[in-house]
Design a binder for this molecule. Structure first.
Ligand code: ADP
Length: 484
C-alpha cells in the first residue's frame, strides 16, 4: 500500500466550522482516504470559535510576521484526528462568520486573510514551517487558491510537493485589485498571466487552477459544464487549456453522520424495510413548521437562499404545489429578498407552507427523515449534498438536471421505472413550467404508493458513501506522487 502524506487546505471543516458542502468534504476526506495508505492532515484557519473549541495545542511554527501580522501554526487534535491550525489573531480572531461579519458583509481584508492562509499552507507542505514536508498539498476553493502559487514561486531547490486544486463552486473565485499584489510577498514573476494575475487583479482560484498539478471538481457533470462560459464564469478558457489535468469526483456522505438507522436527530429511526416509521418524523416536521398534519405529500427544502439555488423559482411554484395538495417545509438562510418572497408566499397558505430561517443541523436531519421529497432547483450545482442525504433517507429528490444533481439522481422515466432504477425526478431547464411539471409528476407518483416506495428503496440502496470517491482521490494522489 502506498504511504502518502497530504496536507488538506480548506477554510471550513465539519463540525468545527461550516457554511456549506465544503465543510462536509474537508471533514470527511481524511477518513475516506485513510484505508488507501493516505495520511491526510487538515489545515484550517484559527477562527475564534475554533480556537475556543480545541483543547491542548502544540506550537509547530511561529512567524514574527506573516504578511504583516504575527502568527503561529499550532497542532491540535479533533475527534482523535490531528489537525493543524493557523492561529493568526489579526486575521481570524473576530466575531461573525468565516468570510463575513454578523451583518453578512464580507470582511474587507479577506484577500490578505486567505493569502496568509495559503502562504502558511505552502510553508507547511514544503517543510519550512516546523512539520515534516508533505508529499502533496490539496487546496480547496479560492481561499486556498494561492497555496500552489506560493509553492511554485518558492526559492528554487526547495521541496515542491505536488498540488491538487479542487473547485467546489466556480461562482466564488476570490478576486482582488492590482494594488493588493505587493502585499502578497510573491516575486514579481508571479504577476503574469501564467501566475496570479487575472484581468488586471489577483485571482486566487485562477492561480490555483493555473498552477496546480491536478484539478478536480466535485462531479463529472460539473467538470464538463465548467468548460462553457455559463458555468466556467470566466475561467472556462483556462479550464479547457488544462483539461488533461481535470477530473470530477463526486462527494460522498459520511455514514456515521447520515444514517437513518442510527440518527439521534430523528424522532424514529428506520431502514428501507421499515419505511412506515418515517411517519413519526413527518408528524414531528409538521409540528416544528406549524403545518396541518396529513398524509399528502410533504416537500422539504434545505438550502442557502440564493439565486444559485433557484429559490426565486421556488417562490413562483409555491401556489402550484399547494394547489396539488402538497405542503412545504423550508429551512434556509441567505438573501433577505428571497426570504421575504418566501414569507409572503407562506402567508397566502397558512398551515401548508412553513419556513424556518437560520442554520439548524439537527432539524435538517429530521426533515430528510420525515419529508416525502426534497426539492433542489439549482441553476448550477457542482455536486450537491442534500439530494444525497435525501436518497439515503428515503426523501425522494426532485432536482434540476445540472452538475452533480444530474450525476447522482436517476429520473423516474418509463425506462428507469421498468428497470427499477429510478431514484427521483429530474427537470430542465430551470423555469416555472418545468419545475411545476416536476412537482406535478412527484405528486402523481406519490399517489401510487407501491411505485413511490420502490423509488425510495432504490435511492436508499444507492451507495454514496465515501468508499468509491475516497479510493479515487487516493489513486489521484498516488499517480501524482509517482510522477513527482
Ligand atoms: P452548498 O455547499 O452549495 O450550500 P450543498 O448541497 O453542497 O450546497 O451543501 C449544503 C450543506 O449545508 C448540506 O449539508 C445541507 O444539509 C446544509 N445546509 C444548508 N442550509 C442549511 C440550514 N439552513 N440548516 C442546516 N443545514 C443546512
Amino acid at each position: 500500500m502506498p504511504d502518502i502524506s497530504v496536507l488538506s487546505v480548506a477554510s471550513e471543516y465539519w463540525p468545527l466550522v461550516k457554511t456549506g458542502g465544503l465543510a462536509d468534504v474537508a471533514g470527511a476526506l481524511p477518513a475516506a482516504v485513510a484505508p488507501h495508505g493516505v495520511t491526510m492532515t487538515p489545515f484550517i484557519p484559527g477562527y475564534r470559535a475554533i480556537m475556543k473549541a480545541l483543547g491542548r495545542k502544540r506550537l509547530v511554527h511561529e512567524y514574527a510576521s506573516l504578511l504583516g501580522s504575527p502568527a503561529r501554526i499550532v497542532a491540535a487534535k479533533h475527534g482523535g484526528h490531528p489537525i493543524l491550525v493557523l492561529d493568526a489573531p489579526a486575521f481570524f480572531d473576530r466575531d461573525g462568520g468565516p468570510y463575513a461579519d454578523a451583518m453578512g458583509r464580507d470582511w474587507l481584508d479577506n484577500g490578505l486573510r486567505f493569502a496568509a492562509f495559503g502562504k502558511a499552507a505552502a510553508d507547511l507542505a514544503a517543510g519550512r514551517a516546523g512539520a515534516r514536508p508533505f508529499d502533496l498539498l490539496h487546496a480547496h476553493d479560492w481561499q486556498a487558491g494561492l497555496a500552489p502559487a506560493y509553492l511554485t514561486y518558492a526559492a528554487s531547490g526547495a521541496h515542491r510537493p505536488r498540488t491538487v486544486m479542487t473547485i467546489h463552486n466556480m461562482a466564488f473565485q476570490g478576486f482582488f485589485g492590482a494594488d493588493f499584489f505587493p502585499r502578497l510577498e510573491l516575486p514579481q514573476l508571479a504577476w503574469s498571466i501564467e501566475g496570479v494575475e487575472y484581468h488586471g487583479g489577483v485571482g486566487f482560484l485562477k492561480a490555483g487552477v493555473g498552477l496546480a498539478d491536478a484539478i478536480t471538481t466535485v462531479s463529472p457533470g460539473y467538470a464538463e459544464e465548467i468548460r462553457r462560459p455559463q458555468f466556467g464564469m470566466g475561467l472556462e478558457g483556462l479550464i479547457v487549456g488544462r483539461q488533461d489535468r481535470l477530473s470530477g469526483i463526486v462527494n460522498g456522505i459520511d455514514p456515521a453522520i447520515w444514517n437513518a438507522a442510527t440518527d439521534k436527530a430523528l424522532e424514529a429511526t428506520f431502514t428501507a424495510n421499515t419505511l412506515e416509521k418515517r411517519t413519526k418524523n413527518k408528524r414531528a416536521v409538521e409540528a416544528v413548521f406549524g403545518l396541518e398534519p396529513g398524509d399528502g405529500p410533504l416537500f422539504v427544502v434545505i438550502s442557502r437562499l440564493t439565486w444559485q439555488k433557484g429559490m426565486d423559482v421556488l417562490i413562483e411554484v409555491i401556489d402550484h404545489l399547494v394547489g396539488l395538495g402538497g405542503r412545504l417545509a423550508l429551512l434556509g438562510s441567505g438573501d433577505a429578498a428571497i426570504e421575504a418572497g418566501l414569507r409572503e408566499a407562506a402567508g397566502r397558505h397558512p398551515g401548508r407552507i412553513g419556513i424556518r430561517t437560520g442554520y439548524d443541523e439537527a432539524l435538517s436531519h429530521l426533515m430528510q427523515g420525515g419529508g416525502d421529497a426534497i426539492l433542489v432547483p439549482s441553476r448550477f450545482e457542482p455536486c450537491g449534498l442534500t439530494q444525497l442525504y435525501g436518497l439515503a433517507y428515503g426523501c425522494v429528490p426532485v432536482v434540476a438536471r445540472t452538475g452533480g444533481l444530474a450525476d447522482t439522481v436517476v429520473d423516474a422515466n418509463l425506462a428507469a421505472v421498468d428497470a427499477d432504477a429510478a431514484t427521483g425526478i429530474l427537470f430542465s431547464p430551470l423555469n416555472y413550467e418545468s419545475f411545476a411539471h416536476a412537482i406535478t409528476r412527484a405528486v402523481r407518483l406519490y399517489a401510487d404508493t407501491a411505485a413511490w416506495t420502490r423509488i425510495q428503496k432504490r435511492g436508499m440502496a444507492a451507495d454514496f458513501s465515501w468508499t468509491r470517491s475516497g479510493r479515487t482521490y487516493a489513486q489521484l494522489y498516488a499517480r501524482l506522487k509517482e510522477n513527482a
